[in-house]
Design a protein around this ligand. Structure first.
Ligand code: NDP
Length: 316
């Protein structure tokens, strides 16, 4: 039997989704948040969050997400641990099908499914994640004061991470798999000018080395010479790109060339009326917890106003 249409279904439970949940539940819209298999989003893989306003001593990423979840629960948000498998946005109410066999119907949909870090896929990388392996210099850079660091990647993200890390590190070595960077000219110029940044070209990280507790170095392989070398370092920042979690919206929601959802300027509205997108799924520029929370708030207010206007229309 089909369920009654919900006012608001929120896909994703990072800072964007949970902020949308706090606002819509507080507005008595009884939202349901569909978690997916990465509840809490990317903050669950960071350690201390020192730049989320309101926590002068910093707060652990998972703890911050736990607090946001409790705040959303306080006003009656319902949470489903299912993963969304398919959506049907062609007619209202929208349909949201989950891997738990649920078929939710939604008057409005808030997409906060985020982006996932691309990793190298090494076993040793997974082992040392959070213990010297990171994908976020803004989050973790300050823990590496005076250390030598490796950044993997050759795009703008890699150079941005490398430049940021020079504030803390004694030296940053960018390891790139080709002999030319993909990054923009301006970022290349900045990186080449920085005395603390070195490059290792044509090389792949084959293994992250460690003492069981912390990263101690990397094993590199030169793709041209086939030579293998070991470089010692205190941390490895992987910056080989992010991928927005938008596969299930293909053909229904407008996306840019990289798969990020397109929203109207100064709004979280997508090309489908009643569907809003917030957080990293529509933002590859700022990618901060606080900006995600900000757009989550915008999406909630826009969904609320949309429902109000519709109700007024139907009552008229
Ligand atoms: P990109 O896709 O631009 O770059 C990814 C980099 O990682 C490439 O150099 C790629 O190598 C390398 N790479 C990919 N997979 C692997 C792998 N398995 N092993 C080793 N290396 C790998 O992603 P970014 O996150 O850098 O940038 C995404 C978008 O965001 C871009 O449009 C960028 O311009 C933008 N951006 C802009 C910034 C700014 O202007 N300040 C800051 C950050 C991002 P290869 O080159 O060989 O493909």
């Amino acid at each position: 039997m089909a369920e009654n249409a919900r006012n608001v279904v929120i896909i994703g439970s990072g800072p964007a989704g949970l902020t949308a949940a706090v606002y819509t539940s507080r507005a008595s819209l009884e939202p349901v948040v569909v978690h997916g298999n990465e509840p809490g989003g990317q903050l669950m893989i960071t350690t201390d969050v020192e730049n989320f306003p309101g926590f002068p001593e910093g707060i652990l990423g998972p703890e911050l997400m736990n607090l946001m979840t409790r705040q959303a629960e306080r006003f009656g948000t319902e949470f489903l641990t299912d993963r969304v498998e398919a959506v049907e946005l062609g007619a209202q109410p929208f349909e949201v099908a989950t891997d738990g066999g649920r078929a939710l119907r939604a008057k409005t949909l808030i997409v906060a499914s985020g982006a996932s870090t691309r990793w190298l896929g090494l076993e040793s990388e997974a082992k040392y994640r959070g213990r010297g392996v990171s994908s976020c210099a803004t989050c973790d850079g300050a823990f590496f004061k005076g250390r030598e660091l490796i950044v993997v990647g050759g795009g703008d993200s890699a150079l941005e991470e490398a430049l940021f890390l020079t504030r803390f590190a004694s030296k940053v070595t960018v390891v790139h798999r080709r002999d030319r960077l993909r990054a923009s000219k301006i970022m290349q110029d900045r990186a080449f000018k920085n005395d603390k940044i070195d490059f290792v070209w044509d090389s792949e990280v084959r293994e992250i080395l460690g003492d069981g507790k912390r990263v101690t170095g990397v094993r590199l392989s030169n793709k041209k010479t086939k030579e293998t070398t070991e470089v010692s370092c205190g941390g490895v920042f992987v910056a080989v790109g992010h991928a927005p979690n938008t596969d299930i919206f293909k053909g229904q929601l407008e996306m840019d060339a990289k798969g990020y959802l397109v929203t109207r300027p100064d709004s979280t509205a997508t090309n489908v009326e009643g569907v809003y997108a917030c957080g990293d799924v529509q933002d590859h520029v700022f990618r901060q917890a606080v900006t995600a929370a900000g757009t989550g708030c915008m999406a909630a207010i826009e969904a609320e106003r949309y429902l109000e206007a519709k109700e007024a229309q139907q009552g008229a």
